[in-house]
Design a protein around this ligand. Structure first.
Ligand SMILES: [Zn+2]
Length: 47
């Protein structure tokens, strides 16, 4: 399981609504809204 960096929800990568790669890491999201927030400002969420 992976953690959605935007809302903190636990996300199953196989069922994630979306994913983004940032600095060589793949982040998974519970919804397209969370992915959009991440893509706007990845540095804020990728810790
Ligand atoms: Zn989310």
């Amino acid at each position: 399981m992976e953690k959605d960096p935007v809302c903190g929800m636990t996300v199953d990568p196989k069922r994630a609504a979306g994913s983004s790669v940032y600095k060589g890491r793949t982040f998974y999201f519970c919804s397209s809204g969370c992915k959009a927030s991440f893509d706007r400002n990845p540095a804020q969420f990728a810790k």
